[in-house]
Design a protein around this ligand. Structure first.
Ligand code: NG6
Ligand code: CA
Length: 519
């Protein structure tokens, strides 16, 4: 039986004092249990439930599959939202993002959504003695109320909320500024060539995708037609910063390199690495060595690159003999999308691959494919290989689960939605949470209960995501109720047939919605 680390440690401490029990524990177990596991969270972008081999995907993902086979495959895990910013916000703070306004998809010049003093998952890890880092996509805003100081010291960033090291892509690959931020500064910025960013009007001389499509290596399909950088037009306008510009093709290599350096430098301290990949978000522009390798276009090639990233992390752990006591979690921030604003042939080449598996909807949607995501946890020390579970799990519980495991107190008034689901996270609890809330675009909230029902409240909104992705929002003028165990594809609403169940789920959602009384 695995208990919380602290209780094990204090037990061991007691054993030392009375000088007897310890020998009975056996030397090997003793040293392993007193060592906190390293934690790596590979947080991917827009990877769908059906995108991974072990979940039925057609594009080979051998390294991710290996992770699942050597650990726990979760069949019923959810991001809190169908877009990036709110999912990340909830996972890092333990609070559902929809509890306050302004936590939808953040513009590239947004100010920090998580401020100093806020309780966070990395802060808990830090207090528990971990070296902590975020490498990859941030998308949670930077800087104080005036926004980020691209040309100076960037305040209100990851270092202020629990990370010791940060190497980030500030928002998304499709938004300016297209530069990396390391700790508090834009990497490789020439002070003689300052960055200017504007989301309302054109700045600088760089051509735009709207005026100069002939300069593009990949045409935009909706939005994404402003400043062109590296042959790709972006959301937003940007001037300056020439020496600091990234090359999209290098994201995966750069993030692997920074991750490996961080893990190496952690030395004897346990480490917590939040590796938030750019893959497989748009613009999908993997490294040239992956071009054309999947047969499914750049989206498939980006998936191969993502699998390569996972493979590099696993090789590092093997080489350093760290695999046994490192928890590696692989999951996604929201569901899949094909055309998300660039003509990269994702739709045309999708063939027999089903990123949504048997679910309805996709990214942005209130239907299951919006938030139900692949999730795999490997920890040879604590999880039996080949474990498959359908316990209901929400990413909002990552924080409470680790706090529970490490026996680390935290401010429950701030992190009001996270609970300790540790037993589900390591495959010992087969049922999981009582229920969870899913956030779609336009702030629409739906509810999934542990017994397999799903409630979507009536909402006046477009039936399709308004900007051309072809995805059903799930917004209908009447309430919808589904029994997911029989109807995972949410095909037939049973709202009229089961009014009592509908009422029950409605009140469960209402109960969560209510602001929790501050103690
Ligand atoms: C949308 C973008 C989309 C993507 C998304 C955020 C348009 C038309 N679409 O507004 O391309 O950037 O925002 O994705 O601009 S997320 O995964 O970071 O939430
Ligand atoms: Ca995303």
């Amino acid at each position: 039986m695995q208990h919380s680390l602290k209780s094990i440690n204090s037990l061991l401490g007691l054993a030392v004092i009375i000088g007897s029990v310890l020998s009975a524990c056996g030397g090997e177990e003793k040293s392993d249990l007193s060592t906190k596991p390293n934690v790596i969270v590979i947080y991917t972008d827009d990877v769908g439930y059906g995108d991974i081999g072990v979940y039925g995907g057609m594009i080979p993902t051998p390294h991710i599959d290996r992770l699942a086979k050597e650990g726990l495959l979760m069949e019923n895990a959810y991001a809190t939202a169908a877009t990036c910013t709110p999912s990340r916000y909830s996972m890092l703070t333990g609070e559902y993002a929809w509890r306050a306004q302004g936590r939808g998809v953040a513009p590239g010049d947004a100010s920090a959504l998580i401020r100093e003093g806020r309780e966070t998952w990395p802060a808990i890890m830090q207090r528990a003695g971990y070296r902590t880092a975020v490498v990859g996509k941030w998308h949670l805003g930077l800087g104080g109320d005036a926004g980020p100081e691209w040309n100076g010291e960037i305040s209100h960033g990851p270092l202020d909320i629990g990370f010791d090291y940060a190497f980030i892509l500030p928002s998304t690959g499709d938004r300016v500024p297209t530069v990396y931020v390391e700790d508090r500064h834009v990497l490789n910025l020439d002070p003689q060539d300052p960055i200017e960013v504007n989301y309302r009007q054109k700045v600088g001389d760089r051509p735009t995708g709207l005026d100069h499509p002939e300069l593009l290596k990949m045409m935009w399909s909706h939005g994404h037609n402003q400043t062109i950088i590296n042959g790709i037009s972006r959301i937003g306008y940007m001037a300056g910063g020439e020496s600091a510009l990234w090359r999209d093709e290098d994201f995966a290599d750069v993030f692997v390199d920074k991750s490996v350096r961080f893990m190496t430098d952690a030395g004897d301290s346990p480490f917590f690495l939040f590796l938030a990949t750019h893959d497989i978000h748009v613009p999908r522009m993997p490294h040239e060595r992956f071009h054309g390798k999947s047969g499914y276009g750049y989206r498939g090639d980006a998936l191969l690159q993502l699998d390569w990233t996972v493979g590099e992390v696993l090789s590092f752990l093997d080489e350093k003999a760290l695999a046994e006591n490192t928890i590696v979690i692989f999951t996604s921030d929201n569901g899949p999308v094909l055309d998300d604003g660039y003509e990269d042939m994702a739709e045309e080449l999708i063939g027999d691959h089903k990123p949504w598996a048997n679910l309805r909807g996709g990214k942005y949607s209130t239907y299951e494919a919006g938030t139900k995501v692949p999730m795999v946890v490997r920890w040879p020390k604590g999880i039996r290989s080949g474990t498959v579970r359908s316990a209901l799990f929400s990413q909002v519980d990552m924080m409470g689960s680790f706090a529970g495991f490490l026996n680390e107190p935290y401010d429950r008034n701030q992190a009001e939605d996270t609970t300790d689901s540790w037993e589900a996270l390591v495959g010992r609890d087969t049922e999981g949470r009582n229920g969870l809330v899913q956030e779609a675009i336009q702030g629409v909230l739906s509810y999934v209960s542990r017994d397999g029902y799903k409630f979507i409240p009536a909402h006046q909104g477009p039936e399709l995501v308004p900007w051309g992705t072809g995805i059903s929002t799930g917004f209908l003028p009447e309430d919808q109720l589904f029994y997911l165990l029989d109807d995972p594809g949410e095909k037939v609403s049973i709202a009229a047939a089961q009014p009592d169940k509908l009422k029950e789920l409605k009140s469960l959602l209402d109960a969560v919605r209510k602001p929790i009384e501050k103690k």
